[in-house]
Write a protein of this length. Structure first.
Length: 320
């Protein structure tokens, strides 16, 4: 009898036993549960309603204190057609912002990885240098960045005769890259704080014995970087790339609406599409609808950029 009871208990324990992989998955979902609750409770309905507004004609109901959605007279995608074919600014700003985003993405990734490698070394006052580079993470905000950009001039390297002569013999593509790097260096450095922190955490996870074994086999610093450091950091590079795209895409580059009329002369080229969409909310012909349509098109373009990043990393993973 006792043997049968023991077998029954073991069978029940085996039935309810959870594998290590499933347990880790449940733990991850448990940590993400507050975000999922917030998504379904606070975010999902506004997203769906925004899509409905983009394909409808919005009529402001003053008496009821709300809006009514009516069918578009020339098809449900009339606001999208206006934004693409009749608006003279949206496409230009969108193309300029995507070009800036891709160029800034490369600079932020390279700069963050280099700085993380330098900060990972052992030298006096290392904590002070880390604090300096992580400072943007603490005080990152529109007004602070605008104030800094208003007081820090861009590098006027083209005013130097030697540099001007050197660049005059280079191809236009190379010159444009250098001009972009030096003109936006401060901005790109400002958006590198979180990426540096994540790269530094990843570098500290690499076992030092791997480098020692490579050095015994005759590998130098350059070979160790390409054969050890970069492969270990590949997943973090992907995460940081996605984070950088989202961060730059969501940062509002408006100067006049952030800190007032005195800021209109400050040049901050980070994002110009978001301010333009915000200024189109009360459009005379398509109130709310045009801004919603522009937002969804901007989202689609950013999704394509993120998909391109994933495809590139997938290609390199297959090559490895």
């Amino acid at each position: 009898m006792q043997a049968q009871v023991g077998k029954g208990n073991r069978a029940s324990k085996k039935l309810f036993r959870i594998s290590f992989k499933v347990r880790n998955s449940l733990t991850g979902y448990l940590f993400a549960l507050p975000w999922l609750i917030g998504l379904f409770v606070f975010t999902l309905y506004p997203v769906i309603f925004s899509m409905m507004i983009s394909v409808s004609r919005v009529v402001i109901n003053v008496l009821a204190g709300g809006i009514d959605l009516k069918p578009m007279s020339n098809g449900m995608f009339e606001a999208y057609d206006f934004a693409v074919n009749r608006d003279v600014h949206f496409k230009t700003l969108l193309m300029a912002d995507i070009q800036f985003l891709l160029q800034a993405l490369v600079i932020v990734m390279v700069f963050s990885l280099i700085v993380a490698i330098l900060l990972n070394g052992k030298y006096p006052l290392r904590g002070v240098f880390r604090l300096i580079f992580f400072l943007p993470v603490v005080i990152l905000s529109g007004p602070v960045l605008l104030e800094i950009m208003g007081r820090v001039d861009n590098f006027n390297f083209m005013g130097d005769d030697f540099v001007f002569t050197l660049f005059s013999v280079m191809p236009d593509g190379v010159i444009n890259v250098f001009i972009f790097v030096f003109s936006n260096l401060v901005t790109c450095m400002w958006f590198s704080g979180v990426q540096i922190l994540m790269f530094l955490a990843g570098l500290q996870k690499i076992d030092r014995s791997v480098y020692e074994a490579a050095e015994i086999d005759g590998a130098g610093k350059w070979e160790c970087f390409w054969k050890i450091t970069l492969p270990y950091m590949k997943s973090l590079i992907l995460i940081n790339a996605v984070y950088t795209v989202i961060e730059l895409a969501n940062f509002s580059g408006t100067t006049g609406t952030v800190i007032g009329e005195a800021a209109k002369q400050i040049s901050l080229k980070v994002n110009t599409v978001n301010p333009f969409i915000s200024g189109s909310i009360m459009h005379a012909t398509y109130p709310y609808s045009l801004a919603a349509a522009m937002s969804w098109m901007y989202f689609a373009v950013l999704a394509l950029v993120l998909l391109l990043i994933f495809v590139i990393f997938k290609f390199f993973d297959r090559g490895d």
